[in-house]
Ligand binder design. Structure first.
Ligand code: NAP
Length: 248
């Protein structure tokens, strides 16, 4: 067992949205390994969520999975309430749930545009708004998952890039609006290799273009989330790119 000094989040409670798998799961695991009790949410990945809960519990923390649609106000309200009830409070919120889609600019439908904004921008707003009263009881923290796509213009991702750029600005607005009780920061992952075969060619090309000459790993994104989760409360409104210098 790691020593107490390795458990800076012992006694803290965390809610991570969309954390049944991939980067959300990696962040939830890193927070749990640091000692936090963790509630994760899932939408469709119920089975993966149960596996993640088992893995979270195995590091000796309290863990629970709740179904939540971040586009639905009722669902968000009841999930936040339930997470607080299960964990006994809420210290840190990680707005991780999102959607990603590749569509040529002239082919983006109104429905696609709205759906991406509803999950990627309105979702974090809604979950944050519902979590406020609980986060304000302590020195709460909100960590938004932005994107390199919110910093750079990707021609075939107008809706995704715009939704993440909006989330970056929302991070700064919330940091100002919610100070001094709550610190709000944002992690912006770049090209993260999750081992998907279909993306192998693209990943190889991107590694060549990246100053660090490789793509990122899920654990490196989780390390950035953990940084903000354990950082001084004085650090707020900040954006941390995890992109190997590709943003420069
Ligand atoms: N992967 C990357 O390389 C990368 C790069 C830049 C930024 N990011 C950002 O980092 C975060 C995590 O990335 P990821 O690739 O792991 O994300 P992802 O797999 O695309 O999505 C994460 C989870 O979001 C959940 N979700 C989608 N719509 C939802 C809704 N309406 N309500 C509730 N949950 C919903 C899904 O849950 P279910 O599976 O349960 O349906 C999904 O598992 C995202 O914010 C993403 O935009 C990722």
């Amino acid at each position: 067992m790691p020593k107490e000094s390795h458990k800076p989040l012992r006694g803290k409670t965390v809610l991570v949205t969309g954390a049944a798998r991939r980067l959300g799961r990696a962040s939830a695991l890193a927070l749990a390994q640091a000692g936090a009790d963790v509630a994760i949410t899932f939408l469709n990945s119920a089975r993966e969520a149960q596996h993640t809960v088992i893995d979270l519990s195995s590091v000796g923390v309290r863990a629970v999975a709740l179904r939540c649609d971040v586009t639905d106000e009722k669902s968000v309200k009841s999930t936040v309430k339930e997470a607080v009830r299960e964990l006994g409070g809420l210290d840190i919120l990680v707005n991780n749930a999102a959607n990603y889609e590749t569509v040529e600019f002239e082919k983006i439908t109104l429905q696609q545009w709205d759906a991406i904004f509803t999950s990627n921008t309105r979702g974090p707003f809604l979950v944050s708004r519902e979590a406020l009263k609980f986060l304000r009881k302590g020195r709460g923290k909100i960590i938004n998952m932005g994107s390199l796509g919110g910093l750079q213009a990707w021609a075939t991702h107008a809706h995704y890039c715009s939704s993440k750029a909006a989330l970056h600005m929302l991070t700064k607005v919330m940091a100002k609006a919610l100070a001094p009780e709550i610190a709000v920061n944002c992690v912006a992952p770049g090209m993260i290799d999750l081992g998907e075969k279909a993306a192998a060619g693209f990943m190889k090309r991107m590694a060549k273009e990246t100053p660090m000459r490789r793509n990122g790993r899920a654990e490196e994104v989780a390390a950035a989330v953990l940084f903000f989760a354990t950082a001084p409360h004085f650090i707020t409104g900040q954006m941390l790119a995890v992109a190997g210098g590709l943003e420069l």
